[in-house]
Write a protein that binds this ligand. Sequence first.
Ligand code: DX5
Ligand code: ZN
Length: 210
Amino acid sequence: MKVATSVLSCSTTIEDCMTELNQTSSNYLHLDVMDGNFVTNNTVDMMDKVLKYNQLPLDIHLMVKDVDYYITKYQSFHPDYITFHIEVSKETERLIKKVKSLGIKVGLALNPETDISLLEPYLREIDLVLVMSVTPGKGGQSFRMEALNHIQYLIQKREENGYHYQVEVDGGIKDDTISLVNNVDIVVSGSYIISGIYEEQIQKLRKKCK
Ligand code: DX5
Ligand code: ZN
């Protein structure tokens, strides 16, 4: 299982958070981009600062309405993944093709209360599904159990149809919830990891999902 760390809840300086994170075994930096439109919070300036210091592979989570604008903005950072929300529901097919045409792997994110059948038409071609286990907008929230049904469905669909997408879960992942999701490929964790010595927290998560 891979770990993607979010520094959204960083309470010291971005430079300190990122200096520590760069020295960990975290597989990705999970960049939480919020436009103040799709969600009320706006993290664009903060994430620009984070990118100045980042040395990890990038897993970009777009919580934005204008997906085109942010694909263009971040493509030059050569992210591993760019993920946008199915709830934006504006030209999903065209946006998937746009990300892939840039040689970047594309993900679709799904909120806990969204009907997972919305993903059906895209499952064959996408590289990642980001299962939200909190309502997007901020860090430090509690894990929502609805995510488990979405994860189960996606793993089953992938097996039945030979799809290739990775399953990633995002929100409220701590040492006492990670064992609920030990069948996913990637976990995102923010406040739990940065609440202690980052590498120690990451190792605790890795141990729990062996
Ligand atoms: C929420 C973000 C999540 C969040 C994870 O909108 O997409 O990535 O920062 O943080 P924790 O692990 O604190 O829930
Ligand atoms: Zn996220």
